[in-house]
Design a protein around this ligand. Structure first.
Ligand SMILES: Nc1ncnc2c1ncn2[C@@H]1O[C@H](COP(=O)(O)OP(=O)(O)O)[C@@H](O)[C@H]1O
Ligand code: SF4
Ligand SMILES: [Mg+2]
Length: 375
């Protein structure tokens, strides 16, 4: 029985979007049962995200840009920037619940005891000590913008070692030696790069350095959010193979987020497909590639360039703005060639069967093209 290292259940993320909020009939969003409403201007953008990653497993999260991948994955880790907040859901790391935090629970309990107010301003939950410690020792993160992720005025080696300084009892010499090893492992020549400032690195080098900083703590989970975006094809291939080698060598679990399904064919054990702020399909990689169950997955697969394909078949239409997706229909309906009247009446529920899940009213009646399918 596979044991999950990371589990997310029912995660909801809201973004601050005043324009979108004006178009919504409700005034703000209620957070959790009995929680306060968000102040006007917040709109729930990512809904009911539920997934788990087993020890040593690679889970890919795919979907076109704007599907809500970063909000869902980074939200589950408590790593959202300003303008986005987790408003519901539970998260566990290795069986320890890390969200809601104890701090949030105490606040919710206080709220329950006092008279309800008409509307209350939402206050960000801070990560509590357990969660901060887990993030500092067990979870390595690679962000999309590698250069922007570094402090520009501190050398790379020092920044990579800071997390060890904060969360372990290692001596300075031990930390330095771990950082030098990690920079060597990602094939950055330590002698020159240990003392480099972020602006002195190329994009590819910055991404390697970010991988080293993530590995230096010996994480059990590596989360990489679009680590190849903006890199030349050759550099991207080299970094993908480096990430794959590191994951296999260390046996880490990994969540690999990308808009490019082709990147994960040889990397992922399972795939989560997101669209319109929801998970629309989830399943083992081979099944998702060969027997997709959701029309959106079929569209992504058919748009992958491959030999023998006379022309690419991109999915018709554009990705909707995530806060404009109606809560009363399937988000894909305007772009879906299989849509029927029922698709305009409600959001399809997610139906799970074994390790797979799909959210489409027509999933049972459709036979969709996999990657080996017709052109
Ligand atoms: N901090 C934010 N403030 C307001 N809107 C946001 C914020 N972050 C994301 N969004 C909105 O949510 C959409 C989905 O975001 P994101 O999760 O980054 O998508 P993906 O990672 O799939 O490209 C964005 O296109 C944007 O419209
Ligand atoms: S529910 Fe309807 S619109 Fe949505 S993906 Fe399925 S067939 Fe297409
Ligand atoms: Mg993203």
């Amino acid at each position: 029985m596979p044991r999950p290292i990371f589990e997310v259940e029912g995660l909801g993320v809201a973004v601050n979007d005043v324009e979108a909020a004006r178009g919504r009939p409700e005034e703000g969003i209620m957070i959790e049962p009995h929680g306060p409403a968000l102040a006007f201007g917040w709109v729930e953008a990512v809904h009911d995200v539920t997934f788990s990653v087993n020890r040593g497993e690679v889970l890919a999260v795919v979907g076109e840009s704007g599907s809500g991948k970063t909000l869902g994955v980074m939200g589950s880790l408590g790593l959202l920037g300003a303008g986005a907040k987790v408003v519901r859901g539970t998260v566990w790391f290795d069986g320890t619940r890390i969200r809601p935090t104890r701090f949030a629970e105490i606040k919710a309990e206080k709220r329950r005891r006092r008279k309800p107010r008409k509307r209350e301003r939402f206050m960000e939950e801070s990560l509590d000590d357990d969660w901060r410690h887990i993030m500092g020792t067990e979870v390595g993160v690679m962000f999309q913008n590698a250069i922007g992720g570094w402090n520009p005025v501190e050398i790379i080696g020092q920044q990579a070692g800071e997390v060890l300084d904060e969360h372990t009892d290692l001596s300075i010499a031990e930390i330095e030696s771990r950082v030098i090893d990690a920079l060597g492992e990602v094939r950055l020549p330590q002698a020159s790069k240990f003392v480099s400032y972020p602006s002195e690195l190329s994009r590819g080098q910055a991404q390697r350095a970010m991988l080293a900083a993530a590995l230096v703590k010996g994480p059990r989970l590596l989360v990489a959010d679009e680590p190849l975006t903006g890199l030349d094809a050759g550099v991207a291939m080299a970094i993908l193979s480096l990430i794959r080698d590191m994951q296999a060598k260390r046996g880490m679990a990994m969540i690999f987020v990308t808009h490019d399904l082709a990147q994960v064919a040889a990397l992922a054990d399972r795939i989560v497909v997101m669209y319109g702020g929801r998970i629309v399909e989830m399943g083992p990689t081979a099944e998702v590639f060969h027997q997709p169950q959701h029309p959106y997955t079929e569209g992504l697969l058919q748009s992958i360039p491959r030999p023998g394909l006379r022309r690419l078949q991109p999915i018709d239409g554009d990705v909707p703005k995530i806060t404009d997706v109606p809560a009363t229909e399937c988000a894909l309906r305007p772009r879906c060639r299989y849509a029927e009247p029922v698709c305009a009446t409600d959001v399809p529920a997610t139906v799970t069967a074994g390790g797979s899940a799909v959210a489409c009213f027509r999933a049972d009646s459709l036979t969709l093209k996999g990657i080996g399918g017709a052109e």
